[in-house]
Design a protein around this ligand. Structure first.
Ligand code: UD1
Ligand code: UDP
Length: 369
């Protein structure tokens, strides 16, 4: 029997982390599948960190990243570059992940070539066009073009069913990020900043990068963090700053001079997951971090008004706090008062997956191709 050619296309750090277990699983089943990895390199250094950790060598690297890239520039560069590769390779299916520009444009390119599309992490929704922006529309448009849907949860399956999608094409698999974090969290946090942290301080991990939070919302949050450390000398904040120049500039300006705030380069995923496991709680506007937090039993104050991952709100691991300065300050203050209190085990029950999503995806591919 001819091996089925599966082309995984991804380009950013979060897609790479969540597709790595799928690529690994395809490689384990090399008797059935020929796995081809195409990276757009919408991200460069942050993507390479993940490829190194998971030992993935791409077959094609489009190397499209530019400083301060616009959505339209990325869209046209990825679309043009994929044309030739798809004509040449003619895969049986293209796998895309989530909601980035790479995901949407790769599915558009595959559609133009009439190649089947599998959407990993399908069906997440806020139903608000601009929250998060442009990811909500990227995932809706990707779902419009897809042929097979790997929905992480029952709720994402229900979201998909609100569109005219054949229910038989939807498979609930869990989120592959849980597969990834199960590989990394045994390895320890060894970054130099871990040596600098004091023993008896309360530790907060911060990440913030979303396009809709650039400018005023980000400024509000950073001022709230500044006030927190100025009023509490027993608090330390670890902040791996996203390389987006707009984020870098504001982080340095508002937080750069504060000795209790450690502004560091993005951590590799092993250190990041283990840092999550080490701190007292997390403040973030990230999508992936919301799904990973239950695996390490840590609460996340989510710097957004809406989340496409509401499952964690019910278990109490996530709380939406928006980006108003006073609200952010008060919510951090409240969680600081809780440090040392043992949370019930409900927090550790990960509603996003059990760690077997990539295995399920490969079993499904094996059946349908
Ligand atoms: C993109 C995704 C977003 C995801 C985020 C993860 C879209 C539309 N958005 O955000 O869903 O949450 O990535 O981080 O696809 N940069 C570097 N080195 C890197 C990566 C980025 O220097 O390794 C800088 C570049 O100047 C780049 C800028 O950061 O232009 C922004 O990167 P970009 O991929 O455009 O980020 P977002 O679209 O904000
Ligand atoms: N992450 C990382 N290093 C960091 C910050 C985050 O490896 O310094 C990982 C994190 O564990 C998660 C992913 O990056 O898996 C989230 O990426 P990001 O927040 O950039 O994007 P989003 O998930 O919001 O799309």
């Amino acid at each position: 029997m001819r091996k089925k050619k599966v082309m995984s296309i991804f380009g950013t750090r979060p897609e790479a982390i969540k597709m790595a277990p799928v690529v690994q699983e395809l490689e384990k089943n090399a008797d059935q599948f020929e796995s081809i990895v195409v990276v757009t390199a919408q991200h460069r250094e942050m993507l390479d960190q993940v490829l190194d950790i998971f030992k993935i060598t791409p077959d094609y690297d489009l190397d499209i990243m530019k400083q301060n890239q616009t959505l339209s520039e990325m869209t046209s560069r990825v679309l043009m570059a994929l044309d030739e590769i798809l004509s040449q390779e003619k895969p049986d299916i293209v796998l895309v992940h989530g909601d980035t520009t790479t995901s949407f444009v790769a599915s558009l390119a595959a559609f133009y070539h009439q190649i089947k599309i599998g959407h990993v992490e399908a069906g997440l929704r806020t139903w608000d066009k601009y929250a998060p922006y442009p990811e909500e529309m990227n995932r809706q448009m990707t779902d419009c073009l897809a042929d097979v849907y790997f929905a992480p949860t029952e709720l994402s399956r229900e979201n998909l069913l609100k569109s005219p999608i054949n229910p038989e094409k939807i498979f609930v698999t869990g989120n592959t990020v849980v597969d990834a974090i199960q590989q990394t969290t045994l390895l320890g946090f060894t970054h130099p900043v871990s040596q600098k942290l004091k023993k008896d301080t309360k530790k907060i991990l911060l990440t913030m990068h979303r396009r809709e939070n650039l400018g005023k919302p980000m400024e509000n949050v950073f001022f709230a963090v500044q006030e927190i450390v100025e009023k509490n000398n027993d608090v330390e904040v670890i902040y791996p700053v996203h390389p987006n120049p707009k984020v870098q500039e504001m982080a340095r300006k508002i937080l750069g001079h504060l000795s209790q705030v450690h502004l560091i380069e993005p951590l590799d995923v092993v250190d990041f997951h283990n840092c999550m496991a080490t701190v007292d709680f997390i403040i973030s506007d990230s999508g992936g971090v919301q799904e990973e937090a239950p695996s390490v039993g840590k609460k996340v104050l989510v710097l957004r008004d809406k989340t496409e991952r509401p499952e964690g709100l019910e278990t109490g691991v996530l709380k939406l706090i928006g980006t108003q300065k006073e609200k952010v300050y008060n919510e951090i203050d409240e969680l600081l008062a809780e440090v040392g209190v043992t949370h019930d085990d409900k927090l550790k029950n990960n509603p996003y997956g059990q760690g077997d999503a990539s295995q399920k995806i490969i079993e499904i591919l094996s059946e349908i191709l």
